[in-house]
Design a binder for this molecule. Structure first.
Ligand code: SQO
Length: 373
């Protein structure tokens, strides 16, 4: 397994700004990865995603293995060619979607058998099969170990059983991954909100020798404060030289507070999912364009975001598009939100490099205080 060079260029407190160098390009960190669930960042062209500033996108193994099929994607040239994205790509293992989407799933110590939520067909994921799909068939630059996302809340005993399973599947994932020299594999920490179990899982994952470390079992309904507390008790057990990735996170305030605690990478469907439903994220906080107060508001969504969707269309026009159910509404708002999240990450990177991250954090805590819930 390759370990991609990760160069930390600046720090402020626990916050780090750096570059993760991959064969398909550099990833500026802290980084937000737009989610390309079924080989598409919903409603966007890949050129828009790239121009918005994204260096890396995420693909979902579960969705692609069910449709169009992992072997078919390989026959069609792999996910980068298929989806027209030539930058770095991270794929998740499929485990989380099996838990959150599949029907009739049966767990055993070696993997999980489940029925597709699309057509009811039966499928099986093991650590080795997940690695084969991610690294061989889809061609991910960064693959994720197969893990079990521990239910939240849960007992200490259940959390320990679950993290032990994920540690075992992590070892099997590494063995299946082998010595691929142009791809890497990240491990995933579990342990729910128990300090001793997060320490046990972190030390276990670190000892296994992954190219990066993810914090799993978060953004599962625990709320902002609990998520931050869990990050606080996990990061001290992580080495400085590996990238740290919190899966499924999150809202802008979650990103800022996680960076402040030493996190480098994020992914979330929020920009495009909330964009499809009329929620625009801005430097002054979120606004819902369907609100009647915008019906004749000629101001743009956010003048500080360098994107046509952010500057060239009025809030009144967005209001109209969503009230009329026009396709252009979700298209433009997904574009704006994706650009805003990338603008936020760029400002975070710049602020760390210039020693003004804590000032930015303080300003955004005030502007976004109501979004913590
Ligand atoms: O432990 C995990 N292991 C592997 N993949 C994950 C993915 C994850 N994704 C979330 N949360 C996603 C929360 N989204 C927020 C926006 O609305 C959709 C859900 N939490 C996650 C935890 C894990």
């Amino acid at each position: 397994m390759a370990t991609f060079p990760f160069e930390i260029k600046a720090t402020e407190g626990k916050a780090r700004a750096g570059v993760l160098k991959t064969p398909r390009g550099d990833i500026r960190t802290p980084a937000f990865m737009p989610v390309g669930t079924a080989g598409t960042v919903k409603a966007l062209y890949m050129d828009q995603v790239k121009d918005a500033g994204a260096d890396i996108i995420l693909g979902n193994t579960y969705h692609l293995m069910l449709r169009p099929g992992a072997e078919r994607v390989q026959r069609l040239g792999g996910l980068h060619a298929f989806a027209h994205w030539d930058g770095p790509m991270l794929t998740d293992s499929g485990g989380f979607q099996v838990w959150s989407l599949a029907q009739l799933r049966k767990m055993d110590p070696d993997g999980v058998t489940f029925q597709s939520h699309i057509d009811g067909s039966t499928h099986r994921l093991t650590p080795a099969r997940s690695i084969e799909i991610q690294a061989d068939l889809l061609g991910a630059d960064i693959s994720m170990q197969l893990d079990e996302c521990t239910d939240y809340p849960c007992s200490h005993e259940e959390a320990e059983r679950s993290l032990d399973l994920s540690l075992d599947w992590g070892q099997r994932s590494l063995e299946a991954f082998g010595d691929r020299d142009s791809q890497t594999l990240f491990g995933i920490i579990q342990g729910s909100n128990y300090a001793d179990l997060r320490e046990k899982s972190a030390k276990g994952v670190v000892s296994q020798g992954f190219g990066g470390i993810a914090l799993g079992g978060l953004a599962v309904g625990e709320g902002h404060e609990q998520m931050c507390a869990t990050i606080d008790l996990t990061v001290p057990h992580l080495p400085d030289h590996l990238p740290r990735y919190v899966m499924g996170v999150g809202k802008p305030i979650d990103l800022v507070e996680s960076v402040a605690r030493g996190i480098d990478m994020f992914d979330c469907v929020l920009p495009t999912r909330s964009g499809r439903h009329g929620q625009a994220w801005t430097w002054d906080g979120p606004v819902n364009v369907k609100n009647a107060k915008f019906a004749e508001d000629l101001s743009p969504l956010d003048e500080a975001v360098n994107c046509p969707a952010s500057q060239d269309y009025s809030r009144a026009y967005y209001h109209h598009l969503f009230k009329a159910g026009e396709y252009l509404g979700p298209m433009l708002l997904s574009w704006h939100n994706t650009a805003f999240f990338q603008a936020l990450m760029q400002e975070i990177r710049d602020s760390i490099a210039e020693g003004r991250f804590e000032a930015l954090r303080s300003r955004l805590q005030t502007a976004w205080a109501s979004t913590k819930s």
